[in-house]
Design a protein around this ligand. Sequence first.
Ligand SMILES: NC(=O)c1ccc[n+]([C@@H]2O[C@H](COP(=O)([O-])OP(=O)(O)OC[C@H]3O[C@@H](n4cnc5c(N)ncnc54)[C@H](OP(=O)(O)O)[C@@H]3O)[C@@H](O)[C@H]2O)c1
Length: 318
Amino acid sequence: MGFLYSQFFITPPRPDQSFADQTVLITGANVGLGLEAARHITRLGAARVILGVRNVAAGEEAKADIEKSTGRPGICEVWKVDLSSYESVLAFGDRIAKLPKLDNAILNAAIATQEFSIAEGYERSVTVNVINSLLLGLLILPTLKATRRNNPSHTPRLSFVVSEVHAWVQFPEWKEDRPMKFVSDQSNARMGERYPLSKLLEVLLVQELAGRVRGSEVIINMTNPGLCHSQLGREQDWKFQLMKLVLARSTEVGARTLVAGATAGLESHGAYMTDGHVENTMLSPFVRSDEGRQAREKLWSELSSILEGVHPGVMQNL
Ligand SMILES: NC(=O)c1ccc[n+]([C@@H]2O[C@H](COP(=O)([O-])OP(=O)(O)OC[C@H]3O[C@@H](n4cnc5c(N)ncnc54)[C@H](OP(=O)(O)O)[C@@H]3O)[C@@H](O)[C@H]2O)c1
């Protein structure tokens, strides 16, 4: 009901907070919500906007489009990152570490697919939406923290774009020894529910991440944009397309919630935001339950061992 109410009756306000002097990273910024968030943030005065994209040509088109619509050339930069590859994420992280500062990061890139395939040993949506999104978050954390130390008047934000669909899936697999490995075995994969599951895993892990970082150093939050027109549903059937036709927000309106995450205060640390404000009661009953807490701890332990294998010492970035 909350979902329908939001879709029909709530339009998050057009952002007007200044991003002057800020360096901002947005992944998946060549289309959809990431592109529109980058456009808002450029319009609002950011000094440097890094469009993290897997397709550089598409990123250059997005950059030209933002420059034309905002009249602000030379602000956006297109940096390549492919979240289905550890090597690419590590190289991107190295590049971010060389930035003089990073005030804001919106980790937005994701896929929604029902086709089973493997990337880096895990089902692709788990790798892209969960493991590598968290890896990237951990890799950029030292730069965000250093930015805070050098300018205590601004607390950097690290915002993950999640979804209400995290509440639309069961996750009995959390009881397995290594849940992400388990759901990456094709015989255990319910691909019709894979996108919601990936968002549930992301919600649980971001909560755990935020619990290990002081909000006074870096504010880590999650934003749910609501159902929006974008390219995310490209593989979905006609029923989904019809639902979108009736209910979806424009990408520009949906992107307002991403900007809200990037400007939210300390109250948003570790929190779930929907319609542009903190609303932890919209987290699923599972996430808020004791089982959810146990699942989170188990997932964190699995994630830590995966990421330490990929980049030894990365968990010390916390
Ligand atoms: N649209 C909705 O209704 C809705 C609702 C709730 C939450 N969300 C969330 O909002 C975020 C943005 O989604 P969207 O709706 O804007 O979808 P979208 O239009 O499909 O955009 C997704 C972006 O992620 C990028 N991406 C996909 N795989 C990648 C990879 N391996 N490496 C790097 N980038 C990759 C895409 O790049 P390419 O263009 O190269 O594919 C694209 O830029 C996602 O986290 C999604 O879960 C969306």
